[in-house]
Design a protein around this ligand. Structure first.
Ligand SMILES: [Zn+2]
Ligand SMILES: [Zn+2]
Length: 261
C-alpha cells in the first residue's frame, strides 16, 4: 500500500460531502498523523540462548536498512530488549500472556501442528495484538533459533514472516550449518529482507519487477527477491549484496526513501 493510495482511499467519501478546502485540511492532518505513526522505535527481542554472533548480525541488518531509508540518524531508536521478561512473567498458571519472549514462543508452539517447528503467523499475530503497542507503538523484531513455518500458507518452513508496520519474526535455524562469516552475512541479508517488508516493500502500487511468491517480492538484483531455496538462494543474494554494495535495487531503494517522508 502506498501512502498516496491510502490518502485517496480515506478521503474519497469525505470529498463527496464537504467543501474542497475542508477536505484539504483533513488530508494534511491525516498525512501528518500517518508520518508520526511510521517514525517509531524498533524493539528487538530474542530467544534465550541465541548465538551472540547471530544477534550482532541482526543488529547490523537493522542498522543497514535504517541507513538505506536515509532518515536523519537517531530519529529511529533501536532498543535491544535481549531475552525480554517483564516481571512477574510467571504465575500459578504458567507464563503470563504478553510478558516474556518465552510466552510468544509458547504461543507459536501451541498453534503448531508440527514437531520442532513454531507457527510464525501466531507469533506475529500476538505481536500485533500485544497490549504494549497501545502504550508505545513500535516495530517488533523477534528472533528465534527454532525452525518456523507459516500456518497460513503452504510451506515446509519459512526463515521469517513480516507484517508491514508491525514487525517481523525471524529464524536463524536454516543458516546453522554455514561457516561463521557467510552465516553472519546471510543473516544480515535475511534481516534486511524481512525488515524491508516491515517498511512497506513491495508496495501494491508497483507494477514492474515484482512477483507474487509467498507475498510480493522484487525480481531485480536486490535483497527483496524471494529465496525459496535455503540457504543457496540466500548465499547468492548475499554475494550480490556485497559485490554490488547495493542491497536494494533502485526501485526498492526509492520506496524505502519515501517510507518516512
Ligand atoms: Zn519476503
Ligand atoms: Zn528490489
Amino acid at each position: 500500500m502506498t501512502k498516496e493510495f491510502f490518502y485517496a482511499n480515506i478521503n474519497s467519501s469525505f470529498l463527496q460531502t464537504t467543501q474542497r478546502g475542508a477536505a484539504m485540511n483533513f488530508s494534511l492532518r491525516k498525512r501528518r498523523r500517518e508520518k508520526v505513526e511510521r517514525i517509531k522505535p524498533i524493539y528487538i527481542m530474542h530467544q534465550a540462548g541465541l548465538d551472540e554472533q547471530d544477534l550482532s548480525s541482526v543488529l547490523d541488518g537493522i542498522r543497514l536498512v535504517i541507513q538505506a531509508t536515509k532518515i536523519t540518524p537517531g530519529l529511529i531508536q533501536v532498543k535491544n530488549w535481549g531475552v525480554w521478561r517483564q516481571e512477574p512473567y510467571l504465575d500459578q498458571y504458567g507464563l503470563k500472556p504478553y510478558h516474556s519472549v518465552d510466552w510468544y514462543l509458547q504461543r507459536g508452539q501451541e498453534e503448531s501442528n508440527r514437531r520442532n517447528q513454531l507457527n510464525a503467523d501466531t507469533i506475529i499475530r500476538e505481536l500485533y495484538f500485544e497490549p504494549w503497542r497501545k502504550a508505545q507503538d513500535h516495530y517488533d523484531v523477534f528472533i528465534t533459533d527454532d525452525d518456523l513455518y507459516s500456518g497460513d500458507d503452504n510451506n515446509n518452513f519459512v526463515i521469517g514472516v513480516a507484517q508491514e508496520l508491525t514487525g517481523t519474526v525471524v529464524s536463524t535455524a536454516r543458516f546453522k550449518g554455514l561457516g561463521s562469516h557467510i552465516r553472519h552475512e546471510c543473516i544480515v541479508t535475511e534481516i534486511m529482507h524481512e525488515f524491508g517488508h516491515v517498511l512497506g516493500l513491495i508496495p501494491d502500487s508497483r507494477t514492474s519487477s515484482v512477483e507474487y511468491s509467498l507475498g510480493p517480492h522484487c525480481t531485480n538484483e536486490c535483497v527483496m527477491r524471494q529465496g525459496l531455496s535455503v540457504p543457496n538462494d540466500w548465499i547468492r543474494f548475499t554475494e550480490d549484496r556485497i559485490r554490488t554494495r547495493r542491497p536494494f535495487c533502485r526501485e526498492c531503494q526509492g520506496h524505502l526513501e519515501n517510507w518516512f517522508r
